[in-house]
Design a protein around this ligand. Structure first.
Ligand code: HEC
Length: 451
């Protein structure tokens, strides 16, 4: 009961403080601007100092109750508290001196007036900082940027995102900045110490801080996502957590609240993945082989080999290093393949459809290390044996075998090619049952087997 009463009086402090401010300013104004001070005016001024002292004392006492609730750090309160006490004392002394008809010189009078105004400003300013946050004075000036909370990652961390961890790099720094001053080993407000993940999960007087997998039952999550004027909102002073910081916390708790969760795990959630990209500048998409590959472009000399009419080609990237090559004639010879050996590293897409390609030809193609897409449809001479040679193509993602003579054994070969993502097999000797078995074993591969 008493505690609640004191809390209530404490909450009146921000209201009461305006009384001494108004009274003391008026008192000084009368003192400065009234030239002829007869006795009544002198008495009004004396009374003014008394009421400044009395209302200031009340405000100070209420402020004491407010400061006692733990929502303000000692270091934040100090200047405000001591300048407030000094102000109240000065008012008291001035009233006493005037009351006892002590005569003081003009210059003394001027300097005590000035001192009390300065003390008033200091007290008011540091009080404002506590309730409205640091920077409150200037943040609403035109042309200044409003301070919102952002978590920044260093360039080296961002570029090496395989070694980024959700707790260590995205959550702990926020807690460090906003919570740990009041929730640490020495000062564990509410019994809660947030300086380590273990003690944070363990929680404070009201129980566990984090309920694994359940953000909405987790006290720490609940306290930061209350409306800002909720009495239990955390942090009680300063800049609140931003939307992305709360969303990251939510995702982390939702997904197990482990210490060692890599940021790349957010790939399983498109919304959070997007957040990582927009808020932290993290590009977490899995890179395709070609995105990680840097090659020099073929020389003019080397390009001469494909200038004849048997090939048409184009570059696939602005750096002009990846080639898309297509054979146009009806019948291919070994010689046609030997010609392009000098640019084999650059050939990333290759189309050899409908040109009497055979298994022997395929063993040459298996030396093109960066081939990712190969089209050899409508070549009835191609059999399982030729496909076996292609196993060397570690980065092949797409293979078109439509209209060749491959059968089930080819599927066994292809099942071992881990990069394969897309496969065309209609009009071959592969049966529907083989395809079904293959799909069951390789769910990541899209198999196109006709209509
Ligand atoms: C200026 C001091 C201060 C800061 C900063 C602060 N807190 Fe608190 N916190 C307190 C006080 C005092 C209590 C106890 C009174 C209460 O429960 O409201 C408390 C209580 C809590 C509790 C309840 C503990 C329990 O078991 O009862 C949680 C959870 C909490 N804070 C989370 C946070 C989080 C998260 C942050 C950072 C975003 C934070 N606090 C920042 C002062 C602070």
């Amino acid at each position: 009961m008493l505690v609640e009463l004191l809390d209530f009086l404490g909450s009146l402090h921000p209201l009461i403080v305006h009384l001494p401010i108004g009274i003391v300013l008026l008192t000084i104004a009368i003192d400065v601007f009234m030239r002829n001070k007869n006795n009544s005016v002198q008495r009004v001024i004396t009374m003014g100092w008394f009421f400044s002292f009395f209302s200031g004392l009340l405000a100070a006492i209420f402020g004491w109750f407010l400061g006692d609730n733990g929502y303000y750090l000692e270091s934040q309160i100090n200047i405000h508290k001591w300048s407030g006490i000094a102000f109240v004392s000065i008012c008291f002394i001035l009233w006493l001196l005037r009351y006892t008809n002590f005569r003081f010189s003009k210059s003394f009078n001027r300097s005590v007036n000035l001192t009390s105004i300065i003390l008033l400003m200091i007290t008011g300013h540091f009080g404002g900082e506590m309730t409205h946050g640091q920077n409150y004075l200037f943040e609403n000036l035109p042309y200044t940027k409003k301070k919102i909370s952002v978590t920044t990652l260093s360039e080296s961390k961002r570029s090496n995102n395989d070694s980024l961890f959700v707790y260590e790099d995205l959550i702990h720094p926020v807690m460090e900045e906003k919570c740990i001053a009041c929730h640490n080993q020495n000062l564990a407000s509410g019994g809660l110490n947030m300086s380590s993940i273990e003690s944070m999960i363990k929680g404070g007087n009201s129980g566990a801080g984090i309920q694994n997998g359940n953000p909405f039952e987790s006290l720490i999550y609940k306290r930061v996502s209350y409306p800002h004027d909720h009495p239990k909102f955390m942090p009680p002073t300063g800049v609140p957590l931003s939307y992305d910081q709360i969303a990251t916390l939510e995702w982390w708790i939702d997904n197990g609240a482990e210490k060692q969760m890599p940021v790349t795990l957010t790939r399983n959630d498109p919304k959070t993945l997007r957040l990582m990209e927009l808020q932290y500048g993290l590009d977490l998409r899995e890179k395709t082989y070609l995105e990680t590959l840097t090659l020099s472009s073929p020389s003019q000399e080397e390009l001469k080999s494909i200038e004849g009419e048997e090939y048409i080609w184009r570059f696939l990237n602005p750096e002009q290093s990846f080639l898309d090559l297509k054979f146009t004639k009806k019948k291919i010879e070994i010689n046609d393949l030997l010609k392009v050996q000098s640019i084999k590293n650059n050939i990333t897409w290759l189309n050899l459809a409908d040109c009497m390609l055979n298994d022997n030809h395929l063993s040459y193609i298996s030396n093109f290390p960066n081939l990712t897409r190969l089209r050899i449809q409508k070549n009835p001479l191609v059999t399982n044996k030729g496909i076996e040679a292609l196993q060397k193509l570690e980065h092949l993602t797409e293979l078109n075998l439509y209209g060749t003579r491959v059968s089930n054994n080819t599927l066994i070969t292809l099942g071992q090619m881990k990069s394969l993502k897309k496969l065309f097999v209609w009009n071959t000797r592969i049966t529907d049952k083989d395809i079904a078995d293959f799909k069951a074993l390789n769910p990541d591969v899209e198999v196109i087997a006709g209509f």
